[in-house]
Design a protein. Sequence first.
Length: 120
Amino acid sequence: MRPQQLVAAVVAVTPWLDGTADTPARTELAAAVRLSLRTLEQVAPGRTVEVRVPPFAAVQCITGPRHTRGTPPNVVETDPRTWLELATGRLLWADAAAAGRITASGSRAGDVAGWLPLVR
């Protein structure tokens, strides 16, 4: 994955994130979510935390104990808009958590915050 691809995908959904446009086409939204999650997976390699953004994608990241079966002990789940706001620095992890926009379980789930934003 090239950084230009992520930037282009995020630019395509920026008017929606800014609140100046309706929800983007599903393909545009899916591309922005998937590319940003893949970027997280690349910059924070590992299998300690699973980050889920249904219905588009889930990745495992962050170095530490590896999870192999069943429900992972460290899980972050959020909706596409919240994820993209976090990935672009429009929303801080603490604010999203306080507002109930993130479900985070496990002692390492919050480590994802240290890798955000992924793109500005």
